[in-house]
Design a protein around this ligand. Structure first.
Ligand code: PEP
Length: 254
């Protein structure tokens, strides 16, 4: 697909896959997508599988991501994982502020921005998720919600850090529901996000930032979504748990 920004397709496994299951998945995935150079491909297993998955993909074109990390760099934070610990496994990306964490762990924009700064300090690229609920969309406040999530979660990032940051627009009503935003609905919000980025960091930076779409992306809708001018990849949940589905999303997006 003819775009200046390289597409980034990431699979968020969420709380799924034992180490053995994860290894089976990536083994097949490596086989299916090893020729792909046009797209950055990332898998985000649970913490428990990072080490083994990392070894399995080390010589492939697939990069490793984590699903969360602490805003702190270390110390007395029971149960937390620090950026440097992720780096040991060659983690390059970290998903921050996923709507499930916003909802179940009550993560705020300000916490997410702290995490993003911590990730950058360790040279891990944050994938920062934003998205409106169905109620917000129906009340016609989508742009207010997204604008404030973007400004809040990106607070304090320099323009250089912005270039190494990925945004994922994930309408909450489309996550795991089988309901995808239409490509027009998604494009409209992606374009709006780029406008906000331009206000924050100027046009040149805004044009270079990758904005992924997430929400029931499947092999059948990937091409159409990726063909939109401001959609630069996908954050895939359910369909990333199956090597065939995930690889077809990648291959259909070229
Ligand atoms: C997600 O949780 O990031 C996601 C997009 O999930 P799904 O693809 O299952 O809708």
């Amino acid at each position: 697909m003819d775009k200046d920004r390289k597409l980034l397709i990431a699979g968020n496994w969420k709380m799924n896959k034992t180490v053995a299951e994860g290894l089976d998945l990536v083994q097949e995935l490596v086989r299916e997508v090893n020729q792909v150079k046009e797209i950055d491909i990332v898998v985000c297993p649970p913490f428990t599988a990072l080490s083994e998955v990392s070894k399995k993909i080390i010589e492939s074109n697939i990069r490793l991501g984590a699903q969360n990390m602490s805003e702190h760099t270390g110390g007395a934070y029971t149960g937390e994982i620090a950026a440097e610990m992720l780096k040991e496994f060659l983690v390059r990306y970290v998903i921050l502020g996923h709507s499930e964490r916003r909802q179940y762990q009550e993560e705020s924009d300000s916490l997410i921005s702290k995490k993003a700064l911590t990730a950058h300090a360790a040279s891990i690229k944050p994938i920062i998720c934003v998205g409106e609920t169905l109620e917000q969309r129906e009340s016609d406040v989508t742009k207010d919600v997204i604008g404030s999530q973007i400004r809040g979660s990106l607070a304090g990032l320099t323009s250089e850090q912005m270039l190494e940051t990925v945004i994922a627009y994930e309408p909450v009503w489309a996550i795991g529901t089988g309901k995808t935003a239409s490509s027009e609905q998604a494009q409209e919000v992606h374009h709006f996000i780029r406008t906000v980025l331009s206000e924050l960091h100027g046009d040149t930076i805004a044009k270079q930032v990758r904005i992924q779409y997430g929400g029931s992306v499947k092999p059948g809708n990937a091409r159409e979504l990726m063909s939109q001018p401001d959609i630069d990849g996908a954050l895939v949940g359910g369909a990333s748990l199956d090597a065939k589905n995930f690889s077809e999303i990648v291959l259909n997006s070229i």
